[in-house]
Design a protein around this ligand. Structure first.
Ligand SMILES: Nc1ncnc2c1ncn2[C@@H]1O[C@H](COP(=O)(O)OP(=O)(O)O)[C@@H](O)[C@H]1O
Ligand SMILES: [Mg+2]
Length: 312
C-alpha cells in the first residue's frame, strides 16, 4: 500500500489551543507511520506552509478545538485547497460551533434542549425577567465556546450580569440556559452514509467541580467516566438515537459527540462537538474503544471516512 501524505493540523489560536496541542501530540504518537507520511501544521505559525504543500497532501486530520478552527474556517480553506479532511464540512462545523444556532436546529428537529435566552453584546437585558423565565441556577455560555471556557454556573440573580459580561469577552453572543439537574451523558457517532452511535458514556465530575468544567475535563482523576453508562437499555437507546438525530440536524459528517443530561426519564441535548478531544483517554476515543476500535484504529477510520467523503 502506498503511504498517504497526511497533514495533521493542531494548535491554533483559539482559547482551546492547549487542549488541541495535547490532542495533536497524542494522535501523532498513535498514528501508524507504516500508513502515513506525516506533515504537521500549527495555524498559529501561519498557514503558508500548508497552502504551499497542498498539492502533495492526500488527506488532513484537523485536531483544532474551538474557534477559529473547529468552526468551519479551516474546513473552508481545505475545501479550496481540495484536501479531504475528517468530520463535518464548513457548514456543519459552523452550525455546531454556535450553541444558539444548534439549539434552534435541535428544536426544529424535535430534539429536546434546555430552555434558553440569547444575549447579544450591546443589547440591554433584564436579569430579573431571565431568572423569572429560566429559574436558578443558570448556565451562562459564550455561543461559540468550548471546554467550558467563559462559562459560568450562576446561582443568584445578582451574579448574572457579571457572568454575562465576562462571557461576552469570549464571544459577541451568549446563551443563558436553564440548569438541568441529572446524570451527564455523552454519545459519539461514527460513519458517513450510515453513521452509527458509539456506546454512551456517563460523566461524573468529582471533588471541587460542581459540573464538567475545565478542571474536571483536563485534570487527571477529576472526573469519573463510565462506559457504558449505567442507565437502562431503553434510555441507552434513546441517548444513542438523540446523538444520531443531533448529528443529522446539524448537517454533520464522519463523526461527532453529543453532550446530554438525563433528568429522570427525560434527555436534554446540550451541544454537539464536531472535533471532540482526541487524546487516548478522551471521551470519544474511550467510547470507540468500547466499540472495538483502538485509538490508532479510530484515527485510521476517521482518515478513511475523510477520503471516502472527499471522493464524492
Ligand atoms: N443547562 C445545563 N444544565 C446542567 N449542566 C450544564 C448545562 N449546561 C452546561 N452544563 C455543564 O457544563 C458543561 C459544559 O457545557 P457544554 O454546553 O457541553 O459546553 P462546552 O462546549 O464548553 O463543553 C457540561 O458538560 C455540563 O457539565
Ligand atoms: Mg460539552
Amino acid at each position: 500500500m502506498n503511504k498517504l501524505n497526511l497533514a495533521v493540523i493542531y494548535g491554533g489560536t483559539s482559547p482551546e489551543r492547549d487542549v488541541s496541542l495535547v490532542s495533536g501530540k497524542e494522535a501523532l504518537a498513535a498514528l501508524n507511520t507504516d500508513r502515513y507520511t506525516i506533515f504537521q501544521y500549527d495555524p498559529k505559525e501561519g498557514l503558508d506552509a500548508l497552502v504551499q504543500d497542498a498539492p502533495t497532501i492526500d488527506v488532513a486530520l484537523i485536531l483544532l478545538h474551538g474557534s477559529p478552527g473547529e468552526d468551519g474556517s479551516i474546513q473552508g480553506l481545505l475545501d479550496l485547497l481540495k484536501i479531504p479532511y475528517q468530520g463535518a464540512g464548513l457548514l456543519g462545523s459552523a452550525i455546531a460551533m454556535d450553541k444558539i444556532l444548534s439549539k434552534q436546529l435541535y428544536t426544529d428537529a424535535g430534539i429536546p434542549t434546555p430552555k434558553a435566552v440569547e444575549i447579544q453584546k450591546g443589547v440591554p437585558f433584564d436579569t430579573a425577567a431571565i431568572v423569572a423565565t429560566l429559574g436558578l441556577p443558570l448556565f451562562v455560555k459564550p455561543a461559540c465556546g468550548g471546554s467550558s471556557l467563559g462559562m459560568f454556573r450562576v446561582t443568584r440573580q445578582e451574579e448574572l450580569n457579571a457572568a454575562v459580561m465576562e462571557s461576552l469577552t469570549f464571544d459577541d453572543k451568549v446563551v443563558i440556559e436553564a440548569f438541568i439537574e441529572g446524570i451527564e451523558l455523552t454519545c459519539g457517532v461514527l460513519g458517513n452514509d450510515a453513521p452509527e452511535a458509539l456506546p454512551v458514556i456517563e460523566i461524573i465530575p468529582e471533588g471541587e467541580s460542581p459540573y464538567f468544567d475545565y478542571e474536571a475535563k483536563y485534570t487527571p482523576g477529576a472526573t469519573t467516566e463510565i462506559c457504558p453508562a449505567r442507565i437502562t437499555p431503553a434510555l441507552t437507546e434513546k441517548a444513542m438515537d438523540l446523538a444520531m438525530q443531533a448529528h443529522r440536524a446539524l448537517h454533520l459528517k464522519g463523526y461527532s459527540r453529543t453532550d446530554m443530561i438525563l433528568k429522570g426519564e427525560a434527555l436534554f441535548v446540550l451541544e454537539t462537538n464536531t472535533i471532540p478531544g482526541m487524546t487516548r483517554t478522551s471521551l470519544l476515543p474511550r467510547a470507540a474503544q468500547a466499540a472495538g476500535f483502538s485509538f490508532s484504529a479510530l484515527l485510521d477510520r476517521l482518515i478513511e471516512l475523510a477520503l471516502e467523503s472527499g471522493k464524492k
